[in-house]
Ligand binder design. Structure first.
Ligand SMILES: Cc1cc2nc3c(=O)[nH]c(=O)nc-3n(C[C@H](O)[C@H](O)[C@H](O)COP(=O)(O)OP(=O)(O)OC[C@H]3O[C@@H](n4cnc5c(N)ncnc54)[C@H](O)[C@@H]3O)c2cc1C
Length: 439
């Protein structure tokens, strides 16, 4: 370990001498690697690097007291899992050998290899990994903040409101159940659809389906972006009498009248829908501190090379997960593949190895939960839109085994594999399975 550390130190000195010399402002503390964000992206990278580099070399900056396994929130909202299973204290998941700085980064200063914190301190780095997730912009929908969590209005997209979803579903006595999909990038683009199916099934089981209209207003032009799975999903929605309105964006909620106002983005028509239950997938976008930095692309996300995950502007900066501009679906599943690639490339650069960079293929997965015991295991490349399936079966078929895998096995892989840096996705398994696959 010591040998690795001193070899790293000399290489880092050589590689980044000019950048280090450019540093003018004094820093309060400096690390070899600074990771911004302790979600799955930040932890998967900081675990491996801190094990490799040892103590005092890696800092993880995140203000949150808790780490959330957000993929569980669809099950929480559907009444199939307890919210507490999705939460762990941050101190229990931050890698032992990394320093956790419990602050918010307010400014990224890549010209000087520094980040600024909200307590006024400045942290310097040789390498920066940005993994701060996507920002939820509740304010973009008039009336949403005030109505959330009350009188049937909910969202699986926040730790507070997700705990209201199933309560409202259980209390629902019939009427109009309304669901939305925003006109922005979002994490887990399947999540807004999954809760439609789970709620619709719950209404059937509760005996209120025949007096309920289930309406899904989505800003998209189709129910799911990847046709391979989308066609099956649309057929299911038709069979279950779910009204799907496309290019229909939520713009306002009037809780006093229980009305939700939508704009049709094709013909600009404004239409009001009555609701008794309303699930909102909120507008999302790049975190403000990234948008305001030199690392951002025009949309505000960290501008990285889509194969190597290195910044297109600063060679000692990398990014992964929801805050990056990688053109694939923003999911924890995508982070498995992204983290493996990022770590290989960052470590090779640190060690001064002139090797062919590892390349991320856009792998992502969206486990489409369509019932309590029903799941379509969508796995594809967000770069090509083509399936990248692990198992030698037709994964478009509804499967209870896939539901068990997603609900009981994947969470354990997340907590014990992804967060400690050892699970980098199913590609090896997929390769082993490939001779058995009938394409
Ligand atoms: C309802 C729902 C269902 C989902 N379902 C699935 C699913 O089935 N499968 C799947 O793979 N994915 C799913 N996801 C998506 C998945 O949870 C995210 O894609 C994943 O968590 C992204 O990881 P990340 O590390 O990029 O960001 P995050 O997990 O959002 O973590 C970002 C971290 O950065 C920190 N941070 C933010 N700003 C700053 C700052 N200024 N300074 C320092 N730290 C900061 C935050 O506190 C946070 O801890 C779902 C998400 C939701 C909400």
């Amino acid at each position: 370990m010591l040998a690795a550390r001193s070899r790293f130190a000399s290489v880092a000195k050589r590689t980044f001498a000019s950048q280090a010399e450019a540093t003018t402002a004094p820093v309060d503390k400096k690390y070899k690697v600074v990771v911004v964000g302790a979600g799955p992206g930040g932890l998967s990278v900081s675990s491996t690097l801190s094990k490799m580099l040892g103590k005092d070399q890696v800092a993880v900056i995140d203000p949150s007291q808790y780490h959330y396994y957000q993929p569980l929130w669809t099950y929480v909202g559907g009444g199939l899992k307890d919210f507490r299973e999705s939460v762990r204290p941050m101190e229990s998941v931050v890698p032992e050998k990394a320093d956790w700085i419990q602050q918010r980064v307010t400014q990224l200063d890549p010209d000087n290899n520094q980040v600024k914190l909200n307590d006024g301190k400045t942290i310097g780095y040789d390498y920066l990994v940005v993994a701060a997730g996507i920002q939820i912009n509740w304010d973009q929908i008039k009336g949403l903040k005030e109505s959330l969590g009350k009188d049937g209005v909910t969202s699986n997209y926040s730790p507070e409101s997700v705990q209201k979803t199933y309560k409202f579903i259980k209390e629902f006595k019939g009427g109009n159940a309304l669901f939305t999909f925003p006109n922005t990038p979002l994490k887990c683009p399947g999540a807004p659809t999954k809760i439609v199916f789970l709620a619709e099934e719950a209404f059937r089981l509760q005996g209120v389906r025949d007096k309920t209209n289930v309406t899904y207003n989505t800003s998209l032009g189709k129910i799911f972006g990847v046709d391979h799975y989308g066609k099956v999903l649309q057929q299911l929605a038709d069979e279950r009498n779910i009204n799907v309105n496309f290019q229909t964006e939520l713009i306002e909620i009037k809780p006093e009248d229980r009305k939700a106002i939508f704009r049709n983005n094709a013909n600009k028509e404004i239409k009001s829908f009555d609701y008794d239950f309303l699930h909102v997938a909120p507008p999302q976008g790049a975190p403000t501190f990234i948008k305001e930095s030199k690392l951002a692309d025009a949309a505000g996300f960290v501008d990285v090379n889509k194969s190597t995950l290195r910044s297109n502007k600063y060679k000692n900066v990398f990014s992964l997960g929801d805050c990056s501009n990688l053109p694939t679906s923003k999911t924890a599943a995508a982070i498995t593949g992204e983290s493996g690639t990022l770590k290989k490339n960052l470590i090779a650069q640190m060690e001064g190895k002139d090797i062919k960079p590892a390349e991320y293929d856009g792998y992502t997965s969206c486990p489409l939960i369509v019932g309590r015991d029903q799941l379509i295991l969508a796995e594809f490349s967000g770069y090509t839109g083509q399936p990248l399936e692990t198992f030698p079966v037709d994964q478009r078929k509804i499967s209870s085994a896939a539901q068990y895998l997603n609900m009981e096995v994947i969470p354990s892989l997340y907590w014990n594999g992804l967060l400690n840096g050892t699970w980098t996705g199913p590609s090896t398994f997929r390769n082993i399975m490939s001779p058995f696959r009938k394409d």
